[in-house]
Design a protein around this ligand. Structure first.
Ligand code: BTN
Length: 246
């Protein structure tokens, strides 16, 4: 991955730039990396704070041969790749909050946005957008983010080389993606469960279908989160957001 890489000083969102490459027929593994995004996007239509010089804002083109209902597996895979790279490059004890936020000590250092283009119920391509708060200082954050976000520098006390971390993320992503294509989701699922900080916790899930409370007990073979409700019944969660009391 990253053999075709486009570097931009400033862009609206690297998701849109990779979408253009995809439409032009670019091969998978193509990457767009920007110093700054003026319209960075997060999950659920939120904005993603992407100022210049201190973060990694990048999007990767994937062309998996997958039925649409398996795309959550790729979301989880990307989280595992980023979490492993962050741990290796910074030494931080990073974990994954379902589905794919990377947290250190309960605060978010990385967000992932996986967007798929579908035609006739088949996935044509996926764009994995990855945002990492690498060398932010506390004063770089707007007030609404101070309690929920953190950076690798703030957590480890040391600046992290963005180029090395970017390369490590792409290498992890490529290796896990090929492993996944060869062996299936089982290996990825086990890696995800081992890195997850959501497992065996009493959580609250919020999604358009409502609110569910119970204990997160693992992933099912499709990549859905299995939640055991108080009455013992198991529910599968494929999208939404979770929270827990610390
Ligand atoms: C989230 O809500 O947690 C996902 C955030 C994803 C941010 C990345 S930064 C690179 C790519 N371009 C975007 O506009 N968003 C993703």
């Amino acid at each position: 991955f990253g053999r075709k890489a486009v570097f931009l000083a400033s862009t609206l969102s690297t998701q849109g730039d990779v979408l253009k490459l995809a439409e032009q027929g670019q091969a998978e593994g193509a990457v767009v990396i920007a110093e700054e995004q003026t319209g960075g996007r997060g999950r659920f239509g939120r904005q993603w704070f992407s100022p210049p010089g201190k973060g990694i804002w990048m999007s990767v083109l994937l062309r998996p041969d997958l039925p649409l209902q398996h795309t959550p597996q790729l979301t989880l895979l990307t989280g595992v790749a980023v979490c492993r790279a962050v741990r290796a490059c910074s030494g931080a004890d990073a974990g994954i909050k379902w589905p794919n936020d990377v947290l250190i000590d309960g605060r978010k250092v990385c967000g992932i946005l996986l967007e798929s283009t579908v035609e006739d119920h088949e996935v044509r391509y996926c764009i994995a957008g990855i945002g990492v708060d690498v060398n932010f200082d506390p004063e770089d954050y707007p007030e609404d983010l101070t309690t929920i976000a953190t950076s690798l520098k703030m957590e480890t006390g040391q600046s992290v080389d963005r180029t090395k971390l970017t390369a490590a993320i792409l290498t992890e992503l490529e290796q896990l993606y090929f492993l996944y294509q060869k062996e299936g989701f089982g290996v990825i699922s086990a890696l995800w469960e081992a890195l997850s900080v959501s497992m065996n916790r009493e959580i609250t899930v919020t999604n358009p279908h409502g609110v569910i409370e119970g204990k997160a007990i693992g992933l099912d073979p499709s990549g859905a989160l299995v939640v055991e409700k108080r009455d013992g019944e198991h529910t599968l969660i494929i999208s939404g957001e979770i929270s827990w009391k610390s």
